[in-house]
Structure formats: C-alpha cells, structure tokens
Design a protein around this ligand. Structure first.
Ligand SMILES: NC(=O)C1=CN([C@@H]2O[C@H](COP(=O)(O)OP(=O)(O)OC[C@H]3O[C@@H](n4cnc5c(N)ncnc54)[C@H](O)[C@@H]3O)[C@@H](O)[C@H]2O)[C@@H](O)CC1
Ligand SMILES: [K+]
Length: 464
C-alpha cells in the first residue's frame, strides 16, 4: 500500500523531525540532484526555475550539488528578493549563474512553488515555463497543481519526472506528475490521508476457491439490473459477477431472457422476491427510475445483505432520500457515482475529489466510489483509497455496469466493502488496458478481459 499525506500533515511531520529544516532541505536537494544526474545521463547543462519559498530553496541547493559534479547550472529567480538566502549563496559560491532567461539546457528543474502553492502559475512563471523545450524535473510537485487535491486551477508545469520528499502527497496519484521518485529525508508520518493498493495486494485480496470450496463458498451475487429498454446493462453486470469470482450469480429483473441467453450459468428470474438468498446485491444499471425500479431498490436495501448501488439506483436515492431508511444500518452499502450522479446525491464534486468522496461516505454511511481517471474510494470510517487508470479506454458505454457487477461479486464473497470496491476498480481498469491494447473497445470486450486481469494481479502475489 502506498500512502499519501496532505501538505499540513507533511508540515507537522517536519516540525516533529529531530533535525533542522535546513538539514531536511539539503537531503531533499541532494536527492533532487541525484535524480537530475540520472536524467541528464552524461549531458551537462541544467536550468533552474526558482520561486519564493523553500521549493525554490530545494532547487538552488540541488543546483549547488550539481555544480559540484561539474554540471553547468543557470537559475532564473522569479522573486529575487524572496529567493532562499542560504540556497542562493551556496549556489553562487559553487559557480552557479543567475540569469534573466534560461539558455538552452538539457534539463529544467521546476522549483517555482511546492506544498504552499495556491492557484495556477503566475503569468511571469508561465512565460518562463513556455520557453522550456527540455524535460522538466519537478521539485516535490509540478508547480501550479494543488498538493492535496491535484487540481489545476490555472496553468501548471508538465513534468517528465517529479522528485518528492519524505512521503507521497495526494497530487502524485490524482494528477499527472510524470514518473514519481520518492527520496527518504527521515520524516515520520502517521496513518495516511489517501492510499493506493498495489496490484499484488489486489491479487492477494481477490477471492479464489480453495480445496473444500463449492459454488456457495464465495457467496451468491444477486443482480437487479436492466429493463426491457436496457437489457444490455443486465447482461454486462451479470457477466462481471459471473467472471469476477467462482461464486454463484442470480439475476432478477425484466431482462431475464437476454441474461439467460448470454450467461447460462446465472439463475434468472423476473422478480427479486423470487430470486432466493444472495449474499450481496448489485442494483441499478439500466434499471430505469420508475416505480418498479424504486420497488426493486427498496427490496434489496431491506434484504439485510451488502448492496452496491449504481447508476439509476443512485438517481433514485438522490430523488427520494427516504429510500435509505429501508436499509438495515448494519449492512454495508457501496455507492458508485460518476460526477453527475454524485452531484445529484451530494452536490457538485468540485476540485477536491477526495474531500468530496470522504464527506459523502460519512454522510451516507457508505463506501463511496467516485469514478474518474483517478477513482477515489472512501469508507465511512475515513479510510480512503485511489485507483489510477493506466489509460482512458474504460470510459465507454456499459463499462460502469461491469464495475458494479465486479463489486457485487466481491461483496458476496465477504470482502471488506472498501477493498471490494477498490479491488474491482483496479481489475476493471486493468481489463480495459488489456482488452484495448491501444484501440477503442466496447464494454463487452472489457468484460471478456476480466479473467486475464484477475490472472495478472494474482500472478503478482508472492507464494507462501
Ligand atoms: N515541509 C517539509 O518537510 C519540507 C519541505 N521542503 C520544500 O519546501 C516546500 C514548501 O516550501 P514553502 O512552504 O516555503 O512554500 P513554497 O515554496 O511551496 O511556496 C512559497 C511561496 O510561494 C508563494 N506562492 C503560492 N502560490 C504561488 C503560485 N501559484 N505562484 C507563485 N508563487 C506562489 C507563496 O507566497 C508561498 O508561500 C516543499 O514543497 C518542498 O519543496 C523540503 O525542503 C524538504 C522538507
Ligand atoms: K515545484
């Protein structure tokens, strides 16, 4: 698990550190210089863009270390009177040159602004950044991005590599920071604000049958989805539940014929009340928002088993909040909104996607999976995970139906709801990458790649 901490948490850790800020800065700068040398690969000209604070200080000290390795280093000071004094003195002593405009260089170090950055790049910084043709190494984070939210409220630096210190920050998973390198500077931090599971961890949590397993061991997933207008959503969600685990799947709804034709292994009925026992329900994809859909949602919420509420069922919950009263508060709920569904349910997402998901998770006492290129998954107890997509191929019609089917299958297996949602999101994006391999794909191809994706993450699990 890779943890990420907010700017405030990093500052608190800095204050607790047993060494002075200047020592931390030199460690950070030495790490930056080391990464810069690896990027230079023998070339010898570096430019620094230096802002007003300690981020610029890191860059200047990195320039000092680079000078000691014989690199020619030029620095543009964006706020000369506020440039880090000790860093600038060391840089000059070592033979670094302060210039008005960067000459042609092999690498540019972005020390414009770091953890304290607010808003996008200022116009003077934009002018310097726009002239850059060399790869950019961002110090701590690409300037112009927000450390905690990854949001770009204006122009920002596009970094080939970001070098960060002590611990990762949310921006490193929520925005494009290029290749992120972490340098240990001896900070100690508590439990993370946001975490990302590794593929091997997803592989380890994925339910697989043991020697004594039967079709019930991994639970029975119920799928209440689809309608005569949208039978495809039912076929996709049921298929994902079928392929996600080796547990059994029951489908209940108006698309029973279509589901039976595609997935003979699913047990199909026309109504939820006839479906029999399940260990988790998926409700919503293609269900519609009429009275029968509302009745279906109410029935599964009353069933006393974990429920994944997706698509139309989210809209129903948003328009009729009293439906939540049907739920036994002890049973887990997973909500899987995209931004528009989230807005109906809990107000506009805004720039702070992690904060928005966390607030909604607390308010609805549910795991909230907020879809995006970086999908944020928040649990009511505050644990928050992020799943980064390797590509955007999963952004296609029907893709969400596959995701909710996978979540349902993991919930039925008894997996912790936060991990069920995060595990499903991970396998879902991986399946999209595997299926697409560089070309657009329909959701049915994504679905067909689910076994390959599960195999891929399972293969990474270290054998006992
Ligand atoms: N906190 C820590 O533990 C450590 C921090 N270090 C460095 O210190 C940095 C944080 O330094 P500071 O808190 O001095 O702040 P920054 O260097 O991030 O920002 C400095 C000042 O720039 C101004 N500013 C804000 N937004 C701006 C924008 N969009 N454009 C231009 N100027 C803007 C503000 O006046 C701000 O106080 C970190 O990102 C990291 O690089 C490292 O030296 C290692 C240790
Ligand atoms: K920076």
């Amino acid at each position: 698990m890779r943890g990420m901490w907010t700017a405030a948490e990093v500052r608190a850790a800095e204050e607790r550190a047993p060494v002075a800020e200047s020592v931390l800065m030199r460690r950070a700068a030495f790490g930056t210089a080391t990464v810069a040398l690896s990027m230079l690969d023998g070339r010898r000209r570096v430019g620094l863009l230096v802002g007003a604070g300690n981020n610029g200080g890191d860059a200047l000290w990195a320039g000092y270390f680079l000078r000691r390795r014989g690199v020619r280093v030029y620095a543009v000071l964006l706020a000369p009177e506020r440039a880090h004094r000790a860093g600038l003195a060391a840089f000059r002593r070592a033979g670094g040159r302060v210039v008005d405009l960067l000459p042609e260089v092999d690498l540019v170090v972005d020390g414009i602004v770091g953890l304290s950055g607010r808003g996008g790049l200022r116009p003077d910084a934009v002018a310097h950044v726009e002239r850059v043709t060399a790869p950019i190494l961002a110090v701590d984070l690409p300037s112009g991005l927000d450390a905690d939210t990854g949001a770009a409220s204006g122009r920002h630096v596009r970094a080939a590599v970001t070098v960060t210190f002590g611990c990762l920050k949310p921006v490193h998973a929520l925005a494009d920071c290029g290749d992120v390198r972490l340098v240990d500077i001896g900070l100690s931090v508590d439990s993370p604000y946001l975490s990302e599971l590794t593929s091997a961890e997803i592989g380890a949590l994925w339910p697989v049958p043991g020697r004594s397993s039967d079709k019930y061991t991994q639970g029975v997933t119920g799928v209440a989805a689809g309608s005569s207008v949208y039978p495809g959503a039912a076929v996709l969600a049921t298929g994902a539940a079928v392929l996600g685990t080796s547990g059994m799947v029951r489908y209940a709804g108006a698309a029973a014929e279509a589901v039976r034709a595609r997935w003979p292994e699913a047990i199909c009925t026309g109504s939820i009340t006839d479906a029999g026992r399940v260990q988790a329900w998926v409700v919503g994809p293609g269900l519609g928002t009429g009275s029968s859909a509302e009745a279906a949602l109410r029935t599964v919420l009353e069933a006393g088993v974990p429920v994944c509420v997706d698509a139309d069922a989210i809209t129903l919950l948003a328009t009729n909040p009293s439906l939540s009263d049907a739920r036994d508060p002890a049973t887990p709920l997973v909500l899987t909104p995209h931004d528009r569904e989230f807005a109906r349910l809990a107000g506009a997402v805004g720039d702070d996607r992690v904060g928005a998901a966390r607030r909604a998770a607390a308010r609805f006492d549910a795991v909230v999976l907020l879809k995006g290129h970086a999908t944020v998954i928040a649990a009511p107890d505050g644990r928050t995970l992020v799943n980064r997509a390797g590509s955007s191929w999963a952004a296609t019609a029907g893709s969400g139906d596959v995701l909710s089917g996978l979540i349902g299958a993991l919930l039925a297996s008894g997996t912790d709801p936060l991990l069920a949602a995060a595990g499903a999101a991970h396998v879902h994006t991986l399946a999209a990458d595997l299926a697409a391999s560089g070309a657009p794909i329909p959701a049915s191809s994504l679905l067909a790649a689910v076994p390959d994706a599960v195999r891929t993450v399972r293969a990474l699990v270290p054998s006992e």
